[in-house]
Design a protein around this ligand. Sequence first.
Ligand code: GLA
Length: 388
Amino acid sequence: MSSLPLAPTPPMGWNSWNTFGHNINEELIKGIADKFTELGLKDAGYEYVVIDDCWSERERGADGRLVPDKNKFPNGIKPVADYVHSKGLKFGIYSCAGTHTCAGFPGSFEHEYVDAATFAEWGVDYLKYDYCYKPVHVAGENLYKRMGMALRSCGRDIVFSACNWGVDDVYNWIRESGAQLYRSTGDIRDNWQSIKHIALSQLDKQCYSGTYCWNDMDMLVVGMCGKGDNAEVIDGMGKLAGCTDTEYKTHFALWAMMNSPLMIGCDIRRASEEALNILKNPDVIAINQDPEGRGPFCIRQWNNPDNVFALIKPLCGGDYAIGMYNLSDNPSEMSLQFFDIGLPTASGLALEFYNCHTKENEGKFTERRSVRVEPHDCYMYRCKVVKA
Ligand code: GLA
């Protein structure tokens, strides 16, 4: 095992759940791995190919071990992991802290150590660990510590991706479980309401995210365009309806700025060019992957403080990332006062704005930056502090 810490920046990859649900198999996963290289996703930084729920048989084997579904993965999981590795990528799988996974397959409760050993043998590099069917008599905190220790002692580097949806005060105890990332919300849906709800719910949680233990705002829906195959996608959070490209752009810019892992959830084999451009934007990714891993602070706008805000994040080397977001349904004139972010006019300094979407340098500004932001749209800048 490596003596270096895992996930020094938010993990980037792809996960099968959003689009494929239970419809997964060996060919799909290999095809996705192929596309990672063909589409330039690997070069953009995406690394983990993760199989979510529904990969195993309904019962454990006689030896107590998990058994891969014989139809979906006729050769087992190891060859799939090997294939993913042969592409220079990493391989992830899913289990659950409860007796069953959310879709009713065997969970790892009371099998933590044997499952960690099995995953290590198969060449797993990343484990997403869910929270369904958790026995009421054991604290969730304890169960995540257990799997955390099982992974740390299994002889292989395996990123631990906890997924308890932000319940049971997870913010207070997850870092010490050893998890490298933790889900902080319920499941995302491929619609604007869901994106907005998740982003707003995590604005005041940024201090609980950082290097080696990232707040995971759930997989990306960029590029899904209403094509998810997940049967559970219709619920109180609205119908699976898809989003506009502008909404996907804002979704990605929020997740990037808020240091969420960037796990693609669409069928990349069929994603539009626009979706791929959003997902591969190097300037936005660089802000997410900034080595210093600091979270942003939020400056709300007086005229619609619940939905219109700027996020400001100090980057390694002295730059600042500034995102201006309008999650409301009306155009908004936004004005960010530099005094509010620590740059009074008397400093004699200005901010130079580089637009991460248009790739234009928009020049120097003093005192404030005002922009009109269309509904559901955003601006994302990388700024330098320069002489006025
Ligand atoms: C939970 C998780 C999802 C997904 C499903 C699989 O709902 O939050 O991300 O893993 O289980 O059943």
